[in-house]
Each structure stands twice: as C-alpha cells, then as structure tokens.
Ligand binder design. Sequence first.
Ligand code: R5P
Length: 299
Amino acid sequence: MSAAPPLLLSLAGRGEALAAPLVAQAGRLELRRFPDGESYVRLLDDPRGREVVVLADLSRPDEKLVPLLLLCDAAHELGATRVGLIAPYLPYMRQDTRFHPGEAISSRSLGRLLSRAVDWLVTVDPHLHRHASLDEVLSVPSRVVAAAPAIAAWIRAEVPRPLLVGPDEESGQWVAAVAALAQAPHAVLEKVRSGDREVRLSFPDLSAWRDHTPVIVDDIVSTARTMAAAVRGLRAAGLAAPVCVGVHALFCEDALAALEAAGPARVVTCDTVPHPSNAISLTGALAEAARALLASAPA
Ligand code: R5P
C-alpha cells in the first residue's frame, strides 16, 4: 500500500461517513453538467502514487455511469496506483440471461464495463440468480458484503417474535440465513411475475404463526409490488401487520405509496441507496471489505 492514505472520492454525497472507518482521506471533486447535459469531472486532490477509492450510489444508474467512468479514467491517467469502487448497490444484475432473442444481458455488459474502469469492487448483496458469483460478471477482484448479519441484528433488537418471510423462491436461501442469525422461524412464498408491476404470490399455510410478527425481507424494493402483495396476503391470512425490510431501497415512482397502502407495520431498509427508510447501516462492513482489498497486493 502507498504511504499516503487512500484518497476517497465520493459520487454518493456520503463520503465523510466512510472516510474514518476506511482510514482514508476524503478527497474533493468538482462535478457539474455542461449546458448540453455532458458531465464535467475534476479531481481537486492529486491522486499520483496513491490508492483511490470511489464511492458511488449507482441506483438510477444511467445518469451516474458516465461521471463514474470519467472519474476512474482521470484517476488512472493522473497516476493513481489503483482505483477501487465501492458501489453499495450494483445495478443491472436482474437481466442475467437472454430471455428473448436479441436482448442485451445487462449483468455481463455492466460487469465488463466496470472491470475495464476499476481495479477492484465492493458491493452489497448483488442480485445473483443465474450467476453463481460476481466472478462470472467481473474480471477484477471483488468482495460482497452480506446484509444478513446487520438485518438479523436489527430484527432481534426491534421485532418481538419475528417470522421471517421471503417473498419468492429466489429469496429462500437468503431469508433462511437471516432467520438463522435472528434465531427465528421462516417461510418462503412463491411468486409469478406477469409484468413490471404485476406479481401474484402463493402462500403456504401460516395459521400456526398468528402470534408472530411477519418480517418480509427482500433484496431489492423497486416498484414495491412484491412487498405490497406479500403484506396484503399475510394480513388476509390473519397475521399481524408485517414489518418490511429491504436491502436496496430503489422505490421507483409511486412505490412507497403503493406499499404503505397495503398496510405494513414498518418499512425499513439498509443504507445502500439513500432513502428516508434507511435504518440499517452497512458503512462499517463496507469499509472492512474495502480495507481487505486495499491490503491485497495489486494484480
Ligand atoms: C427479484 O427477484 C427481486 O429479488 C425482488 O423481489 C424484486 O426486484 C422486487 O421488485 P418489485 O419491488 O418491483 O416488486
């Protein structure tokens, strides 16, 4: 590692919180758009001979990817020894196969793009369904921070007699891990999606759990139709109003209103995507993962 501390450059507006646990210097950037909409990026600290760590919120990614690529490229050109990326939410992972002829497989495309731009990457619970690991989409070293321990700790502190509920089969393994850490029972629903905002859920018999508080846990809350359908179904089955826990709070357009209309007891999320529902911090875990990559020898 270089003698000077790593330079932390934040495209997420929350660099200060990460600088101390990362033992990094919070660097300064000038970011703006030209009148024609093109991005302007300027590093105000010299990265020559230093490790650079970029923190980027990549929710709603299309407008954020160009400034990110310009920043990483400039840092390399200006002599940074390595440029690492902390992207707490890794976008484009759900389109992980060619469902129809001619479609872009966006998980692979984004992986190739980022692998050319950065030397390592840290993220939280990427949506890996058909890919066994991030190594299938990235060709640079990466670390995945699991949100499960922090979510389980929050549930243990905040929810009496929790029953963990995964809203679809994909969530099964993950919800089981949170349930084990929270020392709580769990159930998994079945989901059929027929459109961006249309989902249908099937519920097992949950009548034995009417004295428990259901806690629905999902990795991504996008339109929130999955969470809302789960809340409605659990309430219709006679269970208490559920607590909703999401990792990545995308909440598109009317998503939060649609979820609240279903009648949850609470809606909380991890702080991977800035949102008023953020209640579970992963800053320390992100810093620890990045420190491990910084301590590793350059490839
Ligand atoms: C998909 O499999 C994910 O795990 C989430 O269940 C999904 O992205 C949630 O989407 P929405 O909030 O739009 O229902």
